[in-house]
Design a protein around this ligand. Structure first.
Ligand SMILES: NC(=O)c1ccc[n+]([C@@H]2O[C@H](COP(=O)([O-])OP(=O)(O)OC[C@H]3O[C@@H](n4cnc5c(N)ncnc54)[C@H](O)[C@@H]3O)[C@@H](O)[C@H]2O)c1
Ligand SMILES: N[C@@H](CCO)C(=O)O
Ligand code: NA
Length: 819
């Protein structure tokens, strides 16, 4: 036989009661034998217990309760009228009316005496379950034999009103007798209520109806206890905080206890104990989605590859830290401390003590914090005076996050994964506790970081789910636009094959900015940005990015502007990774370059800039691998301007220089300002970045640039003027071209780093030169190193253009996700 318990929302309205009846009809049909009819335990209609308590308290203050009582009566009557055949309504309404009359007398008594004792309070609230259960049993009796049971007749307790303790042996005996007497009927039992020896009504405290169900289940050796509620079972985390939280199919009793202790309020752990002793499975099911399998809590689960079952949390706690030499080696100290707190009824949520025994830290609810400090100061007054105890410090606005699961027992790496996820997201851990049972690791963190932390930890442990990267993007020009297009086209693949989802949460260009924590649509980002009411404001953009405090955050700089660079360090220090194709950051002062590297390292985040040199070509990465594996760069020779490479590969025959530059710009090879390319500035930046990554502390002025332009072009004040000078100087460029052609050579603008000396010069090379054979916007780089000495390591390919650059930014982004 089964015990089915339905909570307040499941009995809260005529609609939900119909759903409940459908479930029970099926259950009754499935158990035709008179020996295994189900037992149904019901709560009060949602909100009714609180209303009853409020009415009783109001009455005790001398206030009128009549309107609330009338409303309560009406709510029950309406259910009867809509769900019971008209000819059956009168007897049910009469029985309900008797209940409401008794309740009225009782409240009137409270009003007259202006006194509310715990005993009377229990009696008042018992009418919630009595009315709902009576009413539903009458409705159910239309479909199958059903009988109403007032649990106070069989559940026997002590007289601790409000939280009575059950006399298990006696109660189980009475329950078995009752079940035998009603073998062929479905019992409808009031949850939550019981009675003492004198027959006075008591209640079972928090989670009382679940407890009633568990006691009935244990007494009758039920095959299963089903707790029907309004959610899909127990979940991996609080679904209001973690959108990706999912329902767990199975949990052990221990795991369920650990998970429910913090957070997951689906079931109140102590209520499971009777089922636990008898190894009866408890299924958590959803009345509003009855076909969903829900969660089964049982003695032993199927083996699972996952290290944890879920993450629970408490979003508001304080800690007290008691510190002093007086505690070292003193065995009675913590005993005195925690007995004191127990005496004062201060609930201690978590305790940690350093092995030096110099301090004890424990967590309490915010409401208990100040009182805890006060009573400790009183109790340990002498120790404080003698300085054996130095401080009792309070820290507020904290939260607890706990990962839970029996599998973590004897599995190395669980705490490593937890702390890696927290560290990478800049979440500071204030205290840690792990029971030696190894079912739970709890950390105390700042309350403002809780949502970010739970999401990051959820992503880290449930790797079968998609990991979400939250990206904030600056720049919607040539590269930015192309990157969005690529992201959009590749999103499904990434999700399916790599389990990565990139959510663009913020976008800004120089005009506007837009935010959407749920992700800006990659198909409509232009519209969303255009329609945004927010004018671009970089400090506000950065502030908003920090304030959102999202997990796995990346800042992408696709601008050519010096302005964002000012914020890089702040961004990295906020534990947000950076991906940038903007070369201005790394080619500023050497000190600044070092600062970015150090900040990224210290804060455990990434600073990726592959596209700073050779666009998407793997140049930065290659150099990094060489350096990391202990090689030493002796010499670099390279062509690193895609624009100039394109110019010399196309400035042939009849072509004129001016038009060829225009074409390079149209093809998206040039910088937003093409003077940066032709004057060698862009190339210089790349040489500088390479030199620095190769271990040389160069400044921009150390790179010797042999200009390929006549003075007039160098002096041009605007881009238009510059193009004009290119026309004016046509003869100069034509001569350059002809002289190379005359010698069967080609023009190449070549950078060199030799023993720490960096230079760029215009050269004419013949076909014997390794850089002779280049086409399009090709870059080429040759590394001569201690290990690649006789034959250098060469990387070659298109080194400019929106597609290859955006692809490089994209690849960096995915590298952040997988780090
Ligand atoms: N074109 C290439 O082949 C290539 C290769 C490697 C690297 N890059 C780098 O890519 C970057 C972008 O180049 P692009 O051609 O896309 O430039 P672009 O001029 O087309 O776009 C730049 C974007 O940045 C925005 N922007 C500028 N300042 C800003 C600020 N302060 N705040 C917010 N937004 C700002 C602009 O509004 C614009 O949307 C440059 O740093 C360039 O060096 C380009
Ligand atoms: N303008 C740059 C883009 C690649 O960094 C070039 O021409 O090389
Ligand atoms: Na590159």
């Amino acid at each position: 036989m089964k015990v089915l318990k339905f909570g307040g929302t499941s009995v809260g309205s005529a609609q939900s009661i119909e759903l409940l009846l459908n479930i029970l009809k099926k259950e009754n049909e499935a158990s035709p034998s008179p020996d295994n009819k189900p037992v149904v335990v019901l709560s009060a209609m949602s909100g009714v217990t609180n209303q009853l308590l409020a009415m009783a308290e109001d009455a005790a203050k001398g206030n009128d309760f009549a309107p609330q009582l009338a409303e309560l009566e009406k709510r029950h009557f309406e259910v009867v009228k809509s769900l019971l055949e008209i000819q059956n309504q009168n007897p049910a309404l009469t029985r309900l009316k008797i209940n409401f009359n008794q309740l009225e007398d009782l409240l009137q008594g409270i009003l007259t005496l202006q006194e509310l004792t715990p005993k009377t309070r229990d009696l008042v609230v018992s009418y919630g379950e009595r009315c709902s259960t009576l009413m539903i049993s009458k409705i159910a009796a239309q479909y199958f034999p059903a009988v109403f049971v007032d649990a106070s007749e069989v559940l026997k307790t002590d007289s601790n009103f409000g939280q009575a303790k059950v006399n298990t042996e006696l109660s189980e005996q009475l329950i078995r007798g009752l079940y035998q007497e009603n073998k062929d009927k479905v019992l409808f039992v009031t949850g939550f209520i019981a009675s003492n020896d004198a027959g006075q009504v008591t209640t079972l405290g928090r989670g009382g109806s679940d407890y009633t169900a568990a006691i009935f289940g244990a007494a009758l050796n039920a095959s299963q206890i089903e707790i029907w509620t309004d959610v899909n079972g127990m979940m991996t985390a609080d679904p209001r905080m973690v959108k990706k939280a999912f329902s767990l199919t199975e949990l052990t009793y221990t795991e369920a206890m650990e998970l429910s202790y913090f957070g997951a309020k689906v079931i109140y752990p102590p209520t499971m104990i009777p089922a636990f002793f008898k190894k009866i499975p408890i299924a958590i099911k959803n009345t509003f989605e009855p076909d969903f399998e829900g969660t089964v809590i049982k003695h032993q689960c199927q083996p699972s590859p996952l290290a944890i079952k879920g993450i629970s949390s408490i979003n508001n706690i304080s800690i007290l830290n008691v510190e002093g030499s007086g505690m070292v080696g003193k065995s009675g100290f913590s005993g005195r401390l925690f007995s004191l707190l127990a005496r004062e009824q201060i609930n201690v949520i978590l305790i940690t003590q350093s092995s030096s025994e110099h301090s004890i830290t424990f967590a309490v609810s915010p409401g208990d914090t100040d009182r805890a400090k006060q009573v400790i100061e009183q109790e340990f007054e002498l120790e404080l005076l003698a300085k054996k105890l130095e401080h009792i410090d309070i820290e507020k606005d904290l939260a607890i996050l706990a990962v839970v699961g029996e599998n973590m027992k004897e599995t190395p790496g669980v705490s490593g994964k937890l702390f890696h996820a927290l560290g990478r997201n800049g979440v500071n851990v204030r205290a840690i506790a792990q029971g030696s049972s190894e079912y739970n690791i709890s950390v105390i963190i700042s309350a403002i970081d809780l949502a970010k932390a739970v999401n990051a930890v959820h992503d880290a442990f449930f790797v079968q789910l998609t990991k979400t990267l939250h990206a904030f993007c600056l720049g919607t020009g040539n590269i930015g636009k192309t990157m969005f297009k690529q992201l959009s086209g590749h999103a499904a693949f990434l999700q399916e094959n790599n389990g990565i989802q990139v959510k663009i949460v913020g976008i800004s260009n120089t005009r506007k900015m837009v935010f959407n924590a749920d992700g800006i649509s990659l198909a409509k980002w232009e519209e969303e940005l255009d329609q945004s009411a927010e004018q671009a404001n970089l400090p506000a953009f950065i502030a908003q990015m920090k304030a959102l405090n999202l997990p796995n955050c990346v800042f992408i700089d696709n601008t050519a502007s010096p302005v964002p660079i000012q914020f890089y360090d702040e961004v990295l220090k906020s534990t947000i990774s950076i991906v940038t194709c903007n070369k201005i950051g790394n080619s500023g002062s050497y000190e600044q370059y070092k600062t970015f590297k150090n900040s990224a390292r210290q804060h455990g985040v990434d600073f990726f800039y592959e596209t700073n040199v050779g666009a998407g070509l793997p140049i930065i990465r290659t150099l990094k691998d060489l350096m990391n594996s202990g090689d030493r760069v002796q010499k670099i020779e390279a062509i690193l301007s895609g624009t100039i490479s394109f110019l010399f590969n196309n400035f042939k025959g009849d072509a004129n220089f001016h038009d060829t530059v225009k074409l390079a710009q149209e093809k998206g090879y040039t910088e937003p300002d093409p003077r940066d390319d032709l004057r060698g500035t862009d190339f210089m930046r790349k040489m500088l970045i390479l030199a620095r990554d190769a271990g040389y502390a160069l400044e921009a002025a150390d790179v010797v640039i042999d200009s390929m332009l006549p003075q007039a072009c160098l002096d041009a004040a605007t881009v238009d003027d510059f193009y004009q000078t290119l026309k004016d100087e046509d003869a100069f460029f034509a001569k350059l071209k002809d002289s190379a052609q005359a010698e069967n050579k080609v023009l190449r603008y070549i950078g060199k780093l030799d023993n720490g000396q960096a230079s760029i010069s215009l050269q004419m090379v013949d076909e014997s030169h390794p850089f002779y054979m280049l086409s399009g916007s090709d870059n080429i780089i040759s590394f001569t190193t201690d290990r690649y000495q006789d034959r250098p390591l060469v990387v070659k390919g298109p080194g400019a253009g929106a597609e290859v650059t955006a692809a490089g930014v994209f690849a960096d982004l995915i590298n952040v996700a997988t780090a």
